[in-house]
Ligand binder design. Structure first.
Ligand SMILES: Cc1cc2nc3c(=O)[nH]c(=O)nc-3n(C[C@H](O)[C@H](O)[C@H](O)COP(=O)(O)O)c2cc1C
Length: 195
């Protein structure tokens, strides 16, 4: 809100920023599949970023370890996959399929309005990373989750082939940025839903 105080002076009265607002406890679940360790390193960066948000309780699990209660207890879920033939790996797809087949979340849309984000690693610079993040987003959208980006335009990603730097500090920085953004956004929506 702008308050005019005379010809030359203007006071800027601002609403509290997210950082100034009271911390809201949010549960962030970071889930990943990884065979050769690249996506796992990114998952640790995501976790670190999410934990930097005041009030965030962050759980890190491999896809096969997740049970229905992990998902039900979460306010936000961030899913990471290696790019396999320009899409998510079979393990990550099975994880999403289980939201219907095993966990009973889809029919009553129990993931509705929870926050979602995606991260991926792929060997080549341009061989399916963005379309894989979108495939993860699509599965979340079908479950009526709210998708946010961070780290990159679609989420966090890294190129891991032999000619690339692999999971370097820049890639980890993008992972931390996604984790932080998702946790922040989950706190904003949770705070908003209480008013
Ligand atoms: C079956 C298979 C398919 C793959 N397809 C792609 C691909 O389409 N595009 C790409 O960039 N990398 C592809 N890769 C490479 C992996 O995505 C890459 O090595 C990734 O970083 C592995 O992640 P991880 O170390 O977490 O297992 C493929 C790897 C495998 C095993």
């Amino acid at each position: 809100m702008r308050v005019a105080q005379g010809r030359d002076s203007v006071l800027l009265a601002v609403k509290p920023t997210q950082a100034q607002a009271p911390a809201v406890g949010v549960n962030v679940l970071v889930v990943y599949h990884s065979v050769t360790g690249n996506t796992e390193k990114m998952a640790h960066g995501i976790t670190e970023g999410a934990r930097s948000v005041a009030g965030a309780n962050v759980v890190l699990k491999r896809v096969g370890e997740v049970v229905a209660d992990d998902l039900l207890a979460s306010d936000a879920v961030i899913v990471g996959s290696p790019v396999y033939f320009a899409s998510m790996s079979g393990e990550v797809k099975t994880f999403f399929d289980n939201w219907s087949l095993k966990f009973g979340l889809f029919r009553e849309l129990k993931m509705r309005n929870k926050v979602g984000g995606a991260f991926v690693t792929g060997a080549a610079i341009s061989n399916g990373k963005e379309v894989t993040m979108q495939a993860i987003h699509a599965a979340m959208l079908v479950n009526q989750m709210s998708i946010v980006s961070g780290g990159g335009a679609f989420g966090a990603s890294a190129t891991t082939g032999p000619d690339s730097p692999g999971i370097d500090e820049k890639a980890l920085e993008s992972a931390r940025a996604l984790g932080k953004r998702v946790a922040e956004f989950a706190a904003v929506t949770k705070r908003g839903s209480r008013t």
